[in-house]
Design a protein around this ligand. Structure first.
Ligand SMILES: [Fe+2]
Length: 206
């Protein structure tokens, strides 16, 4: 008969989060480097430092539970990071790259918010109030990081990206006499930019 309990699942999730924070420390370093916008770069740097604190907080939670500090490879965040790094390899203009980095960052934040939401709820129901308080602090930081990215997107980064796409359109309209075959490559790239609305459910790429 199966003997695993919610406590076992809880410890498993902690190991998963411990590994995902460590993966994110490396990813956030790369994202800060790729950002072509001072405030966005510093948002990624700030969250990387916060993430180092989140790793320590998880170590405290393991200690409170008398569990060994251990990570377990998190495939979910690895996939999100992998998608983000393929975006960084794209030949996007600077403004579009900034919008795409926000989209990738927010996907990671939402994944973490889901994980910590569960961890807080399970810690409470299992009577680990001190652990729940620590995990709640991390959840609050993830939410704040997500909101910061939304506000950066909405305070100019998306607009800059959209106007660089519009500039392409202007080039095209000047060239109105050109045969349709010449227009299609530039038009082909547009919907990806137009749909880049971080903070919303739209995904710029699949
Ligand atoms: Fe985190």
């Amino acid at each position: 008969m199966a003997s695993g309990t919610l406590h076992d699942a809880f410890v498993d999730e902690l190991k998963d989060s411990y590994d995902s924070e460590k993966q994110l420390i490396k990813a956030l370093k790369k994202m800060a480097k790729a950002a072509k916008h001072d405030e966005l770069r510093s948002a990624f740097d700030t969250h990387r430092k916060e993430t180092e604190g989140q790793v320590e907080r998880l170590e405290q939670v393991f200690a409170l539970l008398d569990e060994k500090v251990k990570g377990k490879h998190c495939d979910g965040i690895a996939g999100i990071i992998e998608e983000g790094s393929s975006v960084m390899d794209e030949d996007f203009d600077d403004a579009t790259m900034n919008a795409c980095l926000i989209a990738s960052g927010q996907r990671a934040e939402h994944y973490e918010m889901a994980a910590y939401g569960t961890l807080v709820a399970w810690a409470r129901i299992l009577g680990h109030d001190e652990a729940a308080d620590l995990l709640q602090q991390t959840l609050d930081e993830e939410k704040a990081a997500d909101e910061k990215l939304s506000s950066l997107a909405e305070s100019g980064i998306n607009e800059d990206a959209a106007s660089s796409a519009t500039d392409d359109d202007e080039d095209l309209s000047e060239d109105a006499a050109a045969p349709p075959s010449k227009k299609s490559p530039k038009h082909g790239a547009r919907p990806r930019v137009a749909s880049a609305a971080p903070g919303r459910s739209a995904r710029p790429r699949s």
